[in-house]
Write a protein of this length. Sequence first.
Length: 404
Amino acid sequence: MDWQILFTEWADFLIRWVHVIAGVCWIGSSFYFVHLDLSLRKREGLPQGVGGEAWQVHGGGFYHMMKYTVAPSHLPQDLTWFKWEAYWTFISGFTLLCWHYYAHAELYLIDKSVMDLTSTQAVAIGVGVLVLGWAIYDFLCRSKLGDSELALGVVGFAFLVGIAFGLTKVFSGRGAFIELGALIGTIMVANVAMNIIPNQRKTVAALIAGEAPNPAYGKTAKSRSLHNNYLTLPVIFLMVSNHYPLAFGSKWNWLIAALVMVIGGLIRHFFNSEHAGKGSPWWTWAAAAACFLGVILLSGLSRENSGAGLTPAPAANVKFAQVEEIVTSRCSMCHMAEPVWDGVPVPPKGVMLDTPQRIQLHAQQIYVQAVMTRAMPPGGNITELSDDDRKVLAAWVQGGALAK
């Protein structure tokens, strides 16, 4: 037994588990508090300084929630802080980013047909995007533009779309999407670590000192929290997308990313409006559905369908022996029980293509990965699967492989 692989794979699983758990906790608390904030209502007789209250029922009990406009007159004895959910989401997520994408940049980040980078250059660009992306976003928020949430939202959206477009001109589609997701996640956790929590600490310090807290602290923190609320759904899509090449394999992948951000914003607008008692804008679901239809259509415009001229070979001329030879020579070095490709200790997604039966079993995945999206082989076609080979695979699937 290879103990190194055993422990490496379980370590990977553990980090992913922590990432999912922390993300669920962070997203859950974030969504809840935005909902709570929007559902607060004013009434006569509220304690001094309270801006609104909400009654809720859960788990067989009633809860009476109140929010102070700035802060209570004195610091409560017990005060719960919400921060480690965000911090651990970032710590585990950045660890996974380094573990898979930065450590194996030649496989998952670099596409030499897009830009011929070394692994060091790719990692440097990736880290630079995270640091500079946050710095630019933070600058925009602190500028005069931040006085208008609408204007800031439009410029912020354009900024992220520009980043998405730029990343697709540097990295593979898979790498561009994961890097964009990492940037948005970095912005979100930096909002917590460098704005929301520090402002809360300043408010607490003022209470301890017997001073009146500055209302601007809470206002700014609330604004950043709302930004996180609207960014959550797109970042989840981007993080999951690495398992679905139709999301990133099209030449229009940057536009797909833009539409996903619009969809996320529309869905959050519906719930935020409903929770605030401003009505239920059902039109947002129709708009979101239309955008998602656009995503599906754009995903069909993959590289070969938009200029490469990939036309399947005549199905009658394709023998399974040809298919088996192609898959065995170009794919099975990774997709086998014990991969021989450096940096791939186990077959990706558990897919093995080392026998005729297994090749037949995964015919649809082969078609999507190698023909429709060209996501495989990774690294910008690292095993040099030719267009003629892809034509044979296309003819094999379209000739009835899926029906067998």
